[in-house]
Design a protein around this ligand. Structure first.
Ligand SMILES: *[C@@H]1O[C@H](CO)[C@@H](O)[C@H](O)[C@H]1NC(C)=O
Length: 227
């Protein structure tokens, strides 16, 4: 008579193998050219849909009291690419590729900055007591604090390309009409109708970076007349 144990241990082995596989499987995030994202590069986070009502991402004030740290909004001008970011791991020692569903930091990379210079350019979820039900995504994050950790996830049900969304353990980054000409402002939400679908465009060399920086400076003057 056959003991049931070989079968059970076989099943357990199978399950462990499956778990190990899923865990060890790092699916790399790809840019608009299909090249894996690297922590050494800089990228523009662009709305997937060119018909969406906003352009690239900019740091803007989203609340009056306090005004700082700045929040993040899509440009009200669709054609503007916004400011580039870099992705990194909170505890990584080496430069590496960016994988899906792993905690990463997102940091704006720009010298053109509209104010609140005392805050970092890392993204964070607003956890202040005044945070609303759909808390704002702010700058001023800290690399090793949980509310500055985001994940990049593939949006599976998109046909014709790779669409990504940015998530945290408690929600997905979506957009709501913001204070600047209703330009979409980034918030954390559970409402899938608000999900901000994005693609990552690698910024090539210094020329592109310089161009988008000077464009931002012009826009910055327009958005912050007091400067
Ligand atoms: C989303 O739902 C989860 C589970 O109900 C909750 O813990 C979390 O706070 C919600 N997040 C937002 C941004 O509403």
């Amino acid at each position: 008579m056959m003991s049931p144990f070989p079968l059970i241990s076989f099943l357990i082995t199978l399950m462990l193998a499956a778990a190990a596989c899923t865990h060890g499987e790092h699916i790399l995030v790809k840019d608009t050219e299909g090249i894996p994202l690297r922590t050494t590069e800089q990228y523009l986070i662009l709305p997937l849909n060119p018909k969406s009502n906003g352009g690239g991402l900019l740091p803007v004030p989203v609340k009056l009291l306090p005004l700082c740290p700045l929040g993040i909004s899509q440009s009200s001008v669709r054609a503007l690419p916004g400011i580039q970011v870099s992705f990194s791991y909170p505890y990584a020692l080496m430069d590496t590729y960016v994988s899906e569903k792993e905690d990463i930091n997102i940091e704006f990379k720009s010298h053109a900055w509209p104010g609140c210079e005392e805050f970092s350019k890392y993204w964070e979820v607003d956890e202040s007591s005044s945070a609303l039900e759909e808390p704002a995504i702010l700058t001023g994050g800290k690399k090793r604090e949980g509310n500055s950790w985001f994940r990049i996830e593939r949006q599976e049900d998109f046909v014709g390309g790779v669409a990504y969304k940015l998530t945290t353990l408690t929600g997905t980054i979506g957009t709501v009409p913001g204070p600047w000409e209703n330009a979409p402002q980034l918030v954390l939400t559970n409402d899938t109708s608000k999900t901000f679908l994005v693609k990552f465009h690698r910024v090539h060399g210094d020329t592109t970076a310089a161009t988008s920086t000077s464009r931002l400076e012009k826009l910055g003057l327009r958005m912050f007349p007091s400067n």
